[in-house]
Design a protein around this ligand. Sequence first.
Ligand code: SPV
Ligand code: MN
Length: 627
Amino acid sequence: MTGENLADAIEANTNTHIRAFVAEWAAITLPDRIEVVNAADDARLIREALDDGTLLPAGAGRYYSRSHVTDTARSEERTVVATADPADRGVYNNWRLASEVKHEVTERMRGASRGKTMYVVPYLMSPPGTPLEAYAAGVELTDDRNVVLQMIRMARVGMEYLSGLADPSMFVRGVHVTGDLDTLGQGTAADQRLFATIADERTILHFGSAYGGNALLGKIAHGLRLASYDGRRSGKFLAEQYLVLGIVDCETGERRHVCGGFPSASGKTNLAMTLPPEALSDRYRVEFYGDDIAWLWVDEQGQLRGFNPENGVFGVAKDTNTATNPTAMAAIGEGSGAIFTNTAYNELSHDVWWEGLTPEPPADTEGWLDWTGAPIAERSLADTNLPWAHPNSRFTISLDQVPNIAADVHAPEGVVIDAVIYGGRTRDREPLVRAITDAAEGVYDGLTLGAEATFAAEGLDGQLRYDPMSMRPFMSYAEGDYAAHWLEIIGRVTEQPIFAHVNWFQRDEHGGYLWPGYRENLRALLWLSDYREGRATGRRTAVGVVPHPDELDLTGLPIEEARVEQLLHIDTARWQEEIAHRATHLEQFVRMPGEIWTAHARVAAALNEPSPASPPGAEAPDRQANR
Ligand code: SPV
Ligand code: MN
């Protein structure tokens, strides 16, 4: 491609740094065409995709796509964070030296977009006008049209978002090249895929996948990995894999905002999109802000503020239905523009289906294809139990499709964060909710977040797979420095948010869930607000404050008293075991701040005290609420 063609392809008002970036990479990947994209191109790009069959119709204004069979999820082993500074090496970030990695990925990308279009996707990972806007601008080059269509739903896309940059050279440079998915050797020793964030150069080079987290560079690579690196380097903010929701008390007008992290498969999207329990729905309204990412900073008044940098939802389809997530079901309806990926698809009716959408799959299998495109009706007996949809099948929609979207979701000032919650997934030990009134102890709790792994074979049942702050796959620098940055940011806050740990997954002796979950989960968050506002006193335990059973609003929820007691019980012996695991977990990390170890020691010591440290509601001197 000549310089003149390139100039034609990129609008005249495009900044010269973007032009240079596009020219540099076009000369490496050698696409046949270059096209600059704007959100308004969506309808045309959809038409093109329907014409060439990369998208199939899925009812009015909804679309279906199938991935390559080997390309269905993020690859944590093939994802690296690279910088020039070896001190950035962490336990989880697969750190490598930037110069080496850049060379390696570049060589793989060479000539790999031949015959394809290079789409130039300018985007913003923030509402326009936020104090963090400078860190939010990016340009993704991609050779996959479906990636463009997903980016248009997930980010704010268009050159206008980059026209007012204070520093026109300051945008994240993202290059996505799909590669030939048939010959990449996924999962073998010769695996060619490489997903690199060159964090200190604000460059993202991803080769060898067209799957969401590997290919939509605004979302995970920029929105989490790079942004968390920027957040520390600038000293200004935190970027976390957190949901953000608002709770409005329609009687009093009180409005609270909660953000928080949950390890995968712990119901983060369902909670983010929750509605109030049926019986409380006249009194409370829940507002949706985001289901996956929050950027958090401290404003001039010392308040912790946050926003969702995304403009859409890339949700897991499996088990989404009108009971688990009525909001999502409404959001993906006709005319929503939703793109379904790797669900089952009916080529006659254009319906989609996934496990859990209905208790049983459609009885009439005529026209149904599984996620690989194979007809269900022709399955052999041996295959009848295979899922119809891929377990990581997804729906992609923009935020404006979500019925209970908060009115101020695009507000440049974000919202004040009143509570930071961590949601574990444990069948015992963790109560329904425990409030943590000390900020360092809250950070410590986030760092020891985890989900129970199924280690049954190794006899390690009940142990956690730790997922600090739910950031394990997205950590961009050393975990001890990450903890120090958290303490630094939270230390600037004058009105502390309350920290809390929640758990919807306790089991009874028969293996059934003790708590109904889903919409009922709001009851735990309502108690948290009551506790923070002094309307509830709770019961102080070694690991935080749990509700008195009568402080939970259980209106309309038939649940036995004994069960509520069990949900709020602290099993000291189990906690003591957990404390030992936590010590081992934290010891892996270099430069873990003393405050975190102090918090750990304080919880461990409190667990060794024979009885509750103090009478219900009283504040022990070293455990004062610092708000
Ligand atoms: C996640 O896996 O945590 C996601 C989706 O949010 S993606 O990273 O795109 O797979
Ligand atoms: Mn996520």
